[in-house]
Structure formats: C-alpha cells, structure tokens
Ligand binder design. Structure first.
Ligand SMILES: Nc1ncnc2c1ncn2[C@@H]1O[C@H](COP(=O)(O)OP(=O)(O)O)[C@@H](O)[C@H]1O
Ligand SMILES: [Mg+2]
Length: 256
C-alpha cells in the first residue's frame, strides 16, 4: 500500500484539488484508493459532492456522536468505483482534543495504528492535509512514507515551503521512512514571468522531486461547485491532462 500525504504549510495552493483528482484518477485506473480529509474546513467532501455522516473522527475514536461504539469499516464512505473516503470537517477540532488527551507514548501514532488493517485491501492511501502543524498533522506524517507538496507559482509560495520544510525535518526525526517525493508546481500561468521564474528556482532546488506543472485552468476551479472531479466535469480540459501526467508519475513510483 502506497501512503501519500498531500501537504504544504500554505492554504489555497491546490492541495485539495490535487488530492481529489489524484485519488479519483488512480481509482479510475482500477486502483483501490482511500482518500482522507484532514482539514477542519471539510472541503474535500464538497469537491467530491458527498456529505457522509461519519468520517475521520469516528474512524480514529471508534465512537459516534452519542459515544456509542462504531466499527471502522462502517465509517469509510464509498464515493466512486474503487474510491473510498473519510470525511474531515469541524469534527476534527474535537478529534485533535481527543488525540491530545491520549497517552504521550502513543499519541502521535494512533492514526498509523488504526490504518494497519486497511493494508491488505488498499493500493493507495491519500491524505488531503491542512496547512498547519498540530497533533493531527504529526499523526499523518507518522502514517505515510511519501509527501507530495503542491507549490503555487506565485510570489509568497516559497515562504510556505521554508515553513513546511521545518515541519518535515521534525517529522523525519520520528518517521525515518518519510520522504519528500514530489514537488508539484500548481497554477502555472504562461502569461506571467513569475510562473517561469519560480519554476526555474524549484527545478534547481528539487531536481529529483519536481513534477510537470499543473496549469492554471478555469475548469479545475469550476469542477468543485458541481461536486465533480476534473475527469467527470471536463475530461478534455488541460487540467485533466496535467493531472493524468501526475498520476502516471506517481504510479511509476516517482520515476520520470
Ligand atoms: N490549477 C488550478 N487552476 C485554477 N484554479 C485552481 C487550480 N488549483 C486549484 N484551484 C482553485 O484554487 C482554490 C484553492 O485550491 P485548493 O485545492 O482548495 O487549495 P488548498 O487545498 O491548498 O487550500 C480552489 O478554489 C480551487 O478550485
Ligand atoms: Mg484544502
């Protein structure tokens, strides 16, 4: 099972867009995929056009809102063929409190332990992360091997990268398998010099990890309002083509 976190210390860089389209694209190729929304904003549900009753909160705590036991298999939501989903949203605030109350020696690995039984049935586990650094982010970085970091090709985005690197280094001290595997330039706009300049800088720093960029594409920004992925909304769009390239890269395990 491949375990990938789509993460970056900045909001609005295309994390959710990437997580959703990567997950759906892989599932369309016959892979069994579980997508997990780790953001209190709960945008991933909207992007998929679903509103599951249960999600990551129940998956980890194994309790419903009345405190009754609920099994993990019951809370995983089936959204498309081969694509399963654990919703995030505001309940994750309570989840973080709950995690904070657990014994210090297990607190950071609760998610990783909870996911062990899924290993046999899934090909890909994809986490759509929140921008910040907290007990839940740490749990995610303990549960994955690979990090995919979207970087918007706009001026302040390299700042977010620096912050994010700090997080990664701290997490690698606890999880030695953790690798920054993909740096994905997003919102690439041929009309701006900035896009080319940041792209050049990124290539220099991340020669191995850099992926072909995702263009700024209006269809990508329209699809969530329809609760559709780009492959459902407009499979012929530039954005769909760009995400297909990323999917091939991920399937070849990062090799170009
Ligand atoms: N390549 C793109 N071209 C145009 N709009 C995009 C692109 N990627 C993301 N968007 C839009 O930008 C906004 C932020 O993207 P999102 O994936 O939610 O970022 P994050 O999860 O990092 O906060 C959303 O409205 C999304 O539809
Ligand atoms: Mg998001």
């Amino acid at each position: 099972m491949r375990k990938i976190a789509v993460a970056m210390a900045k909001g609005g860089v295309g994390k959710t867009t990437t997580a959703v389209n990567l997950a759906h694209g892989l599932s369309m190729l016959g892979k069994n995929v579980l997508l997990v929304d780790c953001d209190t904003q709960g945008q991933t549900s909207k992007f998929l056009g679903v509103d599951p009753e249960y999600g990551l909160y129940e998956f980890i705590t194994r309790r419903d809102k009345n405190g009754n036991f609920i099994s993990r298999n019951e809370v995983i939501h089936s959204t498309r063929k081969n694509l399963w989903f654990l919703a995030g949203g505001i309940k994750l605030v309570e989840l973080k409190n709950w995690l904070g109350e657990q014994a210090a020696d297990v607190r950071q690995t609760i998610l990783s332990t909870a996911l062990v039984p899924q290993k046999g049935t899934l090909d890909y586990l994809i986490f759509d992360c929140a921008p910040g650094w907290d007990v839940l982010s740490v749990n995610i970085l303990m549960a994955v091997d690979e990090v995919l970091c979207p970087v918007a090709l706009q001026a302040p985005s390299l700042e977010g990268l620096k912050t994010f690197f700090g997080y990664l280094v701290s997490a690698q001290k606890l999880n030695s398998n953790l690798q920054l595997k993909y740096v994905l330039p997003t919102m690439f706009d041929r009309r701006t010099r900035q896009s080319f300049e940041i792209m050049k800088q990124l290539k220099k720093i991340f020669n191995k990890q850099i992926c072909d960029p995702i263009h700024y594409n209006v269809r990508l920004s329209e699809a969530p309002a329809h609760g559709q992925t780009i492959f459902e909304y407009r499979a012929s769009a530039v954005g769909a083509n760009d995400y297909n390239k990323l999917i091939r890269r991920v399937m070849s395990n990062g090799n170009r």
